[in-house]
Design a binder for this molecule. Structure first.
Ligand SMILES: Cc1cc2nc3c(=O)[nH]c(=O)nc-3n(C[C@H](O)[C@H](O)[C@H](O)COP(=O)(O)OP(=O)(O)OC[C@H]3O[C@@H](n4cnc5c(N)ncnc54)[C@H](O)[C@@H]3O)c2cc1C
Length: 355
């Protein structure tokens, strides 16, 4: 163990995997408000009322030199190398690993934040659906992976509810033709109403106003987009127009090289692969890489290639889309039980790979 002060901000896929690895050789301070691992890729399951599978941070970091400070960072002073916490404490660092992730983006749509549930409130949403006097209508806004997973999971778990998915473009439009076809077939089987090319302009107690007309809903779920945590931009780290921090080929801030930025918070461009999308699939390897750098096990630039995208479509089906290393689509897909088993193995394997 060395006395170098390594502070990791955020205990998601990126932060936790960096902390457990760095904690093999250093004393690491891990700052995050939760005591249980925030397993975001399972939040759609929680929203549908399925039990949560989340180990405690203490279980994941056991045997490593990691001290968890249960707090929220409220400020960062890179010149003084200090993080300020909502407990009133200030924590000094030599090296900071910034992994504050992302959160639901509301895009200033009137009424959205007030009337819609984001994935972050999955448990509350699950309770609302479970305890309602009678089934009604749920509108899921967003035709991306999160929106599709939420809509299919809710429709399967609550067959009495009428589920609608509303997208500004095409639902799952980036998948191969076979991938899109499978998503569409599962939605038809689950009775999900699909509203495409409908931009939501307002949300109220009765549902959605969209460019394609009114869509009534008793419950609205918002999964239209994610945005990075704003602390990096507020602290003066160089960020891109979307607010993701720009990093060099070792994932260090281009403006503050003593700060590593990983996960959804970072705008990472890998030669031959392109700019990485936000995802557990990219956050985990970034965390693992920084952990290795901090323990002297590599000094090579960060490398990353994609191989597949997976999506759960309820508990009984899934889509595994084979892709090229640069995230472009191959024609092949795996679905049904095979897809489901692959997706389940990946999601279960995440906890193991955090260490
Ligand atoms: C329903 C759903 C399904 C998804 N499915 C997939 C999928 O199948 N595949 C995939 O690749 N991606 C998926 N994603 C996206 C994936 O979850 C995110 O890209 C991923 O969580 C990013 O990891 P991260 O470590 O960067 O940040 P996060 O997981 O967002 O973790 C951020 C950490 O920072 C902490 N934090 C936040 N604010 C503060 C603060 N002020 N102070 C201290 N700590 C703070 C949080 O508590 C948390 O510990 C899904 C997302 C959702 C919502």
């Amino acid at each position: 163990m060395t006395e170098k002060q390594i502070v990791v901000l955020g205990a998601g896929y990126a932060g936790l995997s960096a902390a457990t690895r760095a904690g093999r050789r250093h004393r690491v301070t891990l700052i995050a408000p939760e005591t249980r691992f925030l397993h975001r890729v399972r939040q759609h399951e929680t929203a549908a009322g399925h039990p949560e599978h989340r180990p405690t941070l203490a279980e994941v970091t056991r045997g490593r030199g990691v001290r968890h400070v249960r707090a929220r960072a409220t400020g960062l002073d890179p010149a003084a190398r200090k993080v300020f916490l909502d407990t009133g404490e200030a924590v000094a660092y030599d090296t900071l690993v910034y992994a504050l992730g992302s959160r639901t983006a509301w895009h200033a749509v009137p009424g959205a934040e007030r009337h819609a549930y984001p994935a972050e409130r999955a448990a509350e949403l699950g309770e609302r659906l479970r305890t309602a006097d009678r089934p009604g209508t749920v509108a899921v806004v967003g035709g991306g992976a999160t929106g599709i997973e939420l809509a299919t999971e809710i429709a399967e778990a609550h067959p009495g509810w009428r589920v609608r998915i509303v997208a500004a473009g095409q639902v799952g439009g980036w998948f191969s033709a076979r991938g899109r076809g499978h998503v569409r077939a599962v939605m038809a089987r689950l009775g999900i109403e699909v509203h495409e090319r409908s931009t939501v302009t307002e949300v109220d107690t009765g549902g959605l106003h969209t460019s394609g007309g009114r869509i009534p809903a008793d419950v609205v779920v918002w999964a239209a987009a994610m945005e990075p945590h704003p602390l990096a931009a507020e602290a003066g780290l160089t960020v891109d127009p979307a607010g993701r921090a720009l990093v060099d080929d070792h994932l260090r801030s281009v403006s503050h090289p003593e700060v590593y930025i990983i996960g959804d918070a970072a705008a990472v461009t890998v030669p031959g692969t392109g700019t990485l999308r936000m995802g557990c699939a990219t956050a985990l390897p970034m965390g693992g890489y920084v952990g290795k750098v901090l323990t002297g096990r590599t000094d090579k630039p960060f490398a990353f290639r994609y191989n597949l995208q997976c999506l759960s479509l309820g508990r009984r089906d899934a889509l595994v889309q084979l892709i090229h290393g640069d995230d472009s689509m191959r024609p092949s897909i795996l679905t049904g039980r095979t897809g489901r088993l692959i997706k389940a193995a990946i999601v279960n394997g995440v906890i193991w790979s955090l260490r």
